[in-house]
Write a protein that binds this ligand. Structure first.
Ligand SMILES: [Zn+2]
Ligand SMILES: [Zn+2]
Ligand SMILES: [Zn+2]
Length: 159
């Protein structure tokens, strides 16, 4: 990680930590070392991850955390607005950072389950226009467009 990227990450982590502490205090829970580790590991993920993917990653890094604890903590982080969660129709949750993340949309393939992140300036402008015209201030967004991905349409995905 470059010094600049690292600085940005520390800033995001500090922001997320402050939010998580407020959430935990409001729910009469403590900001434990384990929760701090989970928060940092979750924010370090570059894209969407499932509970099991993060669990595997944390175990690889030698962090011992139970699946049940991770499961609960991620749900708390989503409730606190630090992560955003979606099941993309897979029947299990996926999370991604909501703090400091660039706005993007999701193309979800209903055949192979692949989730592609896409960005469009035209779409961003349309959202600004819609919200602005209604005197609305956007705080978060979840866009999932379901369909068949290019790979599946070409019939190359044999799995
Ligand atoms: Zn999935
Ligand atoms: Zn597909
Ligand atoms: Zn995403």
């Amino acid at each position: 990680m470059s010094a600049e990227a690292d600085g940005k990450f520390r800033e995001r982590l500090a922001d997320a930590t402050a939010r998580y502490r407020l959430y935990l205090a409001a729910h009469k829970m403590f900001f434990t070392r384990e929760r701090a580790l989970i928060l940092e590991a979750a924010l370090q993920q570059s894209s969407h991850f499932s509970v099991d993917e993060l669990l595997f990653d944390m175990h690889q890094q030698g962090m011992r955390v139970s699946r049940a604890t991770l499961y609960r903590s991620l749900a708390q982080l989503a409730e606190a607005g630090i992560l955003s969660g979606s099941d993309f129709g897979h029947g299990h949750m996926h999370y991604e950072a909501a703090i400091g993340a660039e706005a993007h949309e999701h193309l979800v393939c209903t055949s192979c389950g692949a989730v592609q992140e896409v960005r469009s300036e035209a779409f961003e402008n349309a959202v600004k226009e819609i919200t602005g015209a209604n005197g609305f201030s956007e705080t978060s967004r979840k866009t999932e467009i379901f369909g068949i991905c290019a790979k599946c349409r070409a019939g190359k995905d044999g799995s």
